[in-house]
Each structure stands twice: as structure tokens, then as C-alpha cells.
Design a protein around this ligand. Structure first.
Ligand code: C5P
Length: 227
């Protein structure tokens, strides 16, 4: 994997990050969850009462972008995301962040800032990056592009169980609405919409466990990189 890039894009809650985490251990490379970067900016906007400016005054909102510093730092051998020096990973997957993040991610200036950071990440060990535009925009020359999808029912149930385990007070309908809303916004925005690249391999994981997917991708990697 040294120096190589695997892009994993796909629909919301298809388990891209969980899969990428396993794969990065398997291939001894780094994993970057680019969605966490959009979520971190959204969290900052919510916590600083700025989210209302998404519709009202985008220039004002953008003037605050320079106050936001996003970095990945190694903690216990894993890369953790820091927002202005604070590890905020545990706050990123709440439904309040999920409900706003696609509006923030549709703003071109915010995408430019994050795509730049994504391209600057040290790739010497190899990198698996997951998101929505990794194969299409961030690394169009990635060595392998995967696109994950699954039925809405299975995606919503997985995300619901995960949030309930963390003590969230939500219903399955809340989660379904959020996933459908994000897929719609992410696929229809003007800048870098979610698309299936011509050279991406589509994996429908509705009926696949993570170990099933890891095995499948190991085979794909073998035939793509070493043949
Ligand atoms: O991957 P995750 O579901 O955490 O991403 C949250 C949101 O961030 C997506 O719904 C999308 O709006 C945005 N995103 C994006 N481009 C990426 C990664 C995430 O627009 N590369």
C-alpha cells in the first residue's frame, strides 16, 4: 500500500468509515474520514451560534472560517481529529450535526478549504480516505475507487443502533429522514456532488458483514495492485 490511495465514496451510513478502519489495519496505512472534517466545521458553527447564517448571510459565515483549525493528530497509534486543539470526535455523529452537515458541505469555499487539507495529508504509508468526492475530486487518480451503497432500511437500522448505544434520544424515522435528506442534498449540490465515477467499483453491502467486505476488497486490491 506504500504511497497508494484507496478512495471510498458512497451513500450516507453505508459503513464507509468502519470498513476503512479495518482495511487500514489490514494494509498498514492511514485512514482519513473526510466526513468528520465537514462535521467538525458544522459542530463549530452550531456551538458558536453561526449555523443560522447558512441561509441568511453566507459572507458573514465564511468570515469565521479562518477561526477554525482542523488537524489530525496521532493518539495511541490512531489519527484523531482536533478542532482548535480539542479532540471532538465523540460529538461529531450526533443527529444535530447530521441534520446540518450537508448544508455546510454544499458551500464551495468550505469544500475548497477541506479538499486542500485532504490533499496535504502525508500519504507516504498509503492512505484510505472515505467521503463523497474522494474519487471524483480529491484524488481523481486514486489507485482504487470504491463506491458503497446499501438499502435504506439496513443503513438506517445500523445508524439507529449505533446512536441508541451512545444514549441518543431518537427514533428510526428521524434517522431515515436524515439519511434520505443527506443523500438527496449530497447528490444534487452544484459543487462536487456525490457521483459514481466510471472507474469506481460499486459494492452493495446490504447483505455483507464487515469481514465479508474486507475479504472482497483484499481480493480486489490483490488483482488491481499486484497483477
Ligand atoms: O461521511 P459522513 O456521513 O460522516 O459525512 C457527513 C456529510 O459530510 C455528508 O452527508 C456530506 O454532506 C459531507 N461530506 C462531503 N464530502 C465528503 C465527505 C462528507 O460533502 N468528502
Amino acid at each position: 500500500m506504500v504511497g497508494r490511495i484507496i478512495a471510498i465514496d458512497g451513500h450516507a451510513s453505508t459503513g464507509k468509515s468502519s470498513l476503512a478502519k479495518y482495511l487500514s489495519k489490514e494494509f498498514n496505512c492511514i485512514h482519513i474520514n473526510s466526513g468528520s472534517m465537514y462535521r467538525a466545521i458544522t459542530l463549530y458553527m452550531i456551538n458558536n451560534n453561526l449555523i443560522k447564517y447558512v441561509d441568511k448571510d453566507i459572507d458573514y459565515l465564511l468570515s469565521k472560517l479562518s477561526d477554525i483549525r482542523i488537524e489530525f493528530k496521532e493518539v495511541d497509534d490512531k489519527l484523531k481529529l482536533f478542532l482548535n486543539e480539542k479532540n471532538i470526535e465523540k460529538d461529531l455523529n450526533s443527529l444535530s450535526v447530521s441534520n446540518e452537515v450537508s448544508n455546510i458541505a454544499a458551500i464551495p469555499e468550505i469544500r475548497t478549504k477541506l479538499v486542500k487539507l485532504q490533499r496535504e495529508i502525508d500519504r507516504s504509508k498509503g492512505v484510505i480516505m472515505d467521503g463523497r468526492d474522494i474519487g471524483s475530486v480529491v484524488f481523481p487518480n486514486a489507485d482504487l475507487k470504491l463506491f458503497l451503497t446499501a438499502s435504506i432500511k439496513v443503513r438506517a437500522k445500523r445508524r439507529y443502533d449505533e446512536l441508541i448505544k451512545k444514549g441518543a434520544n431518537i427514533t428510526l424515522i428521524d434517522v431515515i429522514n436524515n439519511i434520505e435528506d443527506r443523500d438527496h442534498k449530497d447528490s444534487n449540490r452544484k459543487t462536487s456532488p456525490l457521483v459514481i465515477d466510471d472507474d469506481a467499483i460499486v459494492i452493495d453491502n446490504t447483505n455483507k458483514t464487515i469481514p465479508d467486505q474486507v475479504e472482497l476488497i483484499k481480493e480486489i486490491v490483490k488483482s488491481t495492485f499486484y497483477n
